[in-house]
Design a protein around this ligand. Structure first.
Ligand code: HC1
Ligand code: SF4
Ligand code: SF4
Length: 572
């Protein structure tokens, strides 16, 4: 432990603690822009300077030392911070009223906190074209503050490295290799850079207008479905605490927005378990393409295509749940409802921006109709609810529509890392044993350890060796272990985002100050597992509507019909 004083207050902290962290312990918020806990500690923005002796030093990388006397609130410190922020603002596209990040912008917050009223420096401004090339994200360099948080995320957390600093001095910018459009790079569309960005330089590609247009068209039958992770985060956009469950209010809001049917992607998550569980058992029997790797995360699928193409055949042939649901809505339900499938518009509400890319993939269509027409993020849905004047917090709880809205606890846990694996294990064991196993909480695959392992001995004596990774750096490590032969697994779950979809690139953005104090992925995951516990049915194969779907339409898992609609093959 080391002892120091901050603004005269004595603090004792473990060795290695930085001054910015120690200050927080005694209720002093040192402002910063480039600092992002666990991801980015570069001291590049200099907003977090403090006075130590005669010097001004960046506190985000300054380790506490015994006897140190730190001053965070002197005239010199306040002036220095103001100058830094004013310089940033002098080269910033200041369009706060129409910016996507207004009211959730760390630069805006800083300038308000530092009482910046006029900007003393007006000079040359850099002009860049907006990069609109990606179906998932938009880059506006004129709003970039060069904090490097996106770069560190892409490079270290995701090991993709699609973006980096280029040029020098005033001309420094974040760019792609050879300044290509982001869509032409190895970017996997995970959107984790958006989550890291403190300002509006990186945002999702919005589809709100498209959805309003479809809703206003009397000839269209507009169906919506919601991903597991949206229900534990949407409330944050309306001031509710992180990890509040708002499933019923969300269904009510969607109905008020005018959707003709309000379905749940969780139904198709149950279906995925039936299809993928059967695929696993068949691959185990044949000894083919093992380990089976989950395919529900489009960021992960693209990562395999770019970096491990030799393992493409290991990916499950299952479409991701919302794509399965879309295919069923158009090619099963439409006829039942007497609606022309060509007039059906499927909208998916996802915690993810990679799903926007996935929705456009040609592998995910049937009879020339895309399975899903538009993907909106959790943030975009919140925007629509606000635009419609709906007072979200006062909404009553409503149910999803049926038959494609009924689901189980196994489905909702898809939203947290390890959830797909746990859901699959719950079903595979029961189906093979003919039992209804009571202890179904596979806690080995829960939690935020980077790579998790579990073994399950099946009633036929075979053991399933399972591994789970979240965040692409962990996925890469796992792939290297598999490729080198150091580890042998039968079934691997990977989610591209750290924590899984609960902290996907389309979820509410939590500012760096809050992230320093609260483990967002743990809070939202807790809500997911609470939702599972409260469900009357917690195993996918027990979903009565899934049973009926097989009886009346699909026949059995992996049937010809199921393959036609619910499976695909990535070949890139
Ligand atoms: Fe996910 Fe999935 S869990 S991929 O993380 O398999 O986005 O939530 O909808 O499709 O069900 C995301 C979440 C989501 C699919 C499911
Ligand atoms: Fe990197 Fe993901 Fe951002 Fe693409 S979306 S630049 S892969 S962090
Ligand atoms: Fe999207 Fe979930 Fe994959 Fe993240 S982990 S890219 S949110 S599907």
């Amino acid at each position: 432990m080391v002892k120091l004083t901050i603004d005269g207050i004595e603090v004792e902290v473990p060795r290695g603690t930085t001054v910015i962290e120690a200050a927080r312990k005694v209720g002093i918020n040192i402002p910063s822009l480039c600092y992002l806990k666990g991801v980015s500690h570069t001291s590049s923005c200099r907003v977090c300077v403090v006075e130590v002796g005669p010097r001004l030093i960046a506190s985000c990388t300054l380790p506490c030392e015994n006897g140190m006397e730190v001053k965070t609130n002197t005239q010199k410190v306040r002036e220095a911070r103001k100058t830094v922020v004013e310089l940033l603002l002098s080269n910033h596209k200041r369009e706060c009223t129409s910016c996507n990040r207004s009211e959730n912008c760390e630069l805006q917050t800083l300038s308000k906190e530092l009482n910046i009223r006029d900007i003393r420096f007006e000079g040359e401004r850099l002009n860049y074209e907006i990069d609109n090339s990606s179906p998932s994200l938009v880059r506006d360099q004129e709003k970039c503050v060069l904090c490097g948080r996106c770069i560190n995320t892409c490079k270290n957390v995701q090991t993709v490295g699609a973006i980096d600093f280029s040029r020098r001095g005033f001309n420094t910018r974040v760019s792609t290799a050879l300044d290509r459009d982001i869509a032409e790079t190895v970017c996997v569309n995970c959107g984790q850079c958006i989550m890291a960005c403190p300002v509006g330089a990186l945002t999702e590609k919005e589809n709100i207008k498209d959805v309003w247009k479809a809703l206003a068209d009397p000839d269209k039958f507009v169906v919506v479905q919601t991903a597991p992770a949206v229900r534990v985060a949407l409330g944050e956009e309306f001031g509710m605490p992180i990890g509040t469950r708002v499933t019923g209010k969300m269904a009510a809001a969607l109905r008020r927005l005018g959707f003709d049917k309000v379905f749940d992607t969780d139904f198709a998550a149950d279906l995925t378990i039936m299809e993928e569980g059967t695929e696993l058992l068949s691959r185990l029997e044949k000894g083919e393409n093992l380990p089976l790797m989950t395919s529900c995360c489009p960021g992960w699928v693209k990562f395999v295509e770019h970096f491990y193409p030799e393992l493409i055949d290991n990916l499950s042939t299952c479409k991701s749940p919302h794509e399965m649901e879309g295919a069923l809505i158009k090619h099963y339900l439409a006829e039942k409802l007497g609606v022309d499938k060509k007039n059906v518009v499927v909208v998916s509400i996802m915690p993810c921006v990679a799903k926007k890319f996935e929705g456009q993939r040609e592998e995910l269509s049937n009879e020339n109709l895309q399975d899903v027409d538009y993907v909106l993020t959790t943030r975009e849905l919140a925007q629509m609810i606000k635009e419609a004047g709906i007072d979200f917090t006062k909404l009553p709880d409503e149910e999803f529509d049926n038959p494609l809205g009924e689901s189980t606890g196994a489905a909702v846990i898809f939203g947290a890392t390890g959830g797909v694996m746990e859901a699959a294990l719950r079903t595979v064991y029961d189906l093979l044993s003919g039992q209804d196993l009571e202890s179904i909480d596979y806690v080995q695959v829960r939690g935020t350890t980077g790579i998790k392992e579990a073994e399950l001995t099946l009633p036929n004596g075979k053991t399933i060796r399972a591994a789970v990774a979240h965040g692409l750096a962990n996925a890469r490590e796992l792939m290297e272990l598999v490729k080198s032969g150091e580890k042998h697994y039968d079934f691997i779950e990977v989610m591209a985002c750290p924590g899984g979809c609960v902290t996907g690139g389309g979820q509410p953005i939590v500012d760096s100050r809050t992230q320093a104090c609260i483990d967002v992925k743990a809070e939202r995951a807790k809500a997911i597992y609470d939702e599972d516990k409260d469900m009357p049915i917690r195993k996918s194969h027990k979903n009565p509507y899934i049973i009926r779907l097989y009886e009346e339409f699909l026949e059995k898992p992996n049937s010809h019909k199921a393959h036609e609609l619910l499976h695909t093959h990535y070949v890139k």
